[in-house]
Design a protein around this ligand. Structure first.
Ligand code: FAD
Length: 282
């Protein structure tokens, strides 16, 4: 285990699936649902994609064996999208098939804009065969309102997030107030015409607005869910759940945690303070 894992473990469930199961059980006990992610992206060797498939199938088995309230989220570059698209599709189908047999849902995370179209094309090619698959849209991208329009038309399940990759101004909104208003207008699109949308954010402002909008439209709390990341605002996660909304926690695990950890602290003052406080104490 890396030297700084003692700090990262607030955000990452551990390096093994067994550790992750302990974390998932604890969250389930607090009435929080989970989506489990095996850390890994932009792999270099085809064998890494093959082992990711085996590991994901082992996770699906664990979810069933341990009766966990969980599904999975994965990144296509973990399955080799950046090496061989055809192979990646095969890998994804193996996982989707295994999930379908177990009645479990699979979310395709969205990576940087280099992969947006490929990820959506793969999703569109599978959605008729696998209704247990969903995708992610990043509110910061200028193309996203159109993508949501198309996804709503086919009844796809969408997770909406702000977007965690740096993107150029030709492709993405840059300023936070503008990202927030883009997020809200896409949330409205999803609440009105979407299929059980998931709103991934820790932002009180957005959460309050989404709740009021759903109330105004007469959309009940079981027609959408909120999602947050492990270790971010844990009290707030429980508060939302206690208010009667489904809250799903994204729980990453695995030895490849450094990139993920870096993304959590980059540009987020609260998380950076948490890390610095722990470094000073240690
Ligand atoms: P921020 O913009 O970081 O913060 C907004 C406000 O929220 C802050 O001002 C503060 O009031 C509050 N806040 C935030 N964090 C804290 C904290 N730790 N303590 C106290 N207050 C806080 N991105 C992708 O690009 N692709 C994906 O597939 C993807 N999947 C995701 C899945 C989930 C479940 C989640 C939650 C996020 C995902 N993201 C993904 C990341 C997302 O795009 C954002 O980068 C990330 O969520 C930060 O935006 P935010 O709205 O949550 O909060």
């Amino acid at each position: 285990m890396g030297r700084f894992f003692f700090i990262a473990k607030r955000f990452i469930a551990g390096e093994s699936i067994e550790n992750a199961v302990i974390v998932v059980k604890a969250l389930n006990q607090l009435d929080l649902d989970v989506t489990l992610n095996l850390l890994g992206e932009g792999i270099k060797q085809p064998e890494q994609a093959e082992s990711a498939v085996q590991n994901y199938i082992a996770v699906l088995d664990k979810i069933c064996d341990e009766d966990l309230r969980a599904n999975i989220s994965l990144k296509l570059t973990h399955l080799g999208l950046n090496i061989d698209e055809e192979k990646c599709l095969e890998h994804l189908c193996q996982i989707l098939e295994a999930a379908k047999e177990r009645n479990l849902f699979v979310r395709l995370d969205m990576e940087g804009s280099l992969y947006t179209q490929q990820t959506l094309d793969i999703f569109y090619s599978l959605v008729d065969s696998y209704s247990n698959a969903g995708v992610v849209i990043q509110a910061m991208l200028l193309r996203s309102p159109h993508d949501i329009f198309v996804l709503n038309k086919i009844g796809a399940s969408v997770r909406l997030c702000k977007g965690s990759y740096r993107e150029p101004s030709e492709l993405a909104v840059q300023k936070m107030p503008n990202i927030r208003s883009a997020y809200l207008s896409m949330a409205e699109q999803l609440l009105k015409d979407g299929n059980y949308p998931a709103f991934a954010t820790h932002d009180d402002y957005l959460i309050d607005k989404i709740i009021s909008y759903a109330e105004e439209l007469g959309i009940s709390s079981n027609q959408f869910e909120f999602q947050m990341l492990l270790g971010l605002r844990p009290n707030f996660q429980q508060e939302i759940s206690r208010r009667g909304y489904r809250m799903r926690i994204y729980v990453p695990c695995g030895p490849e945690w450094m990139n993920y950890f870096y993304r959590r602290i980059r540009g987020n003052r609260e998380n950076l303070w948490f890390v610095l406080r722990n470094l000073i104490r240690s």
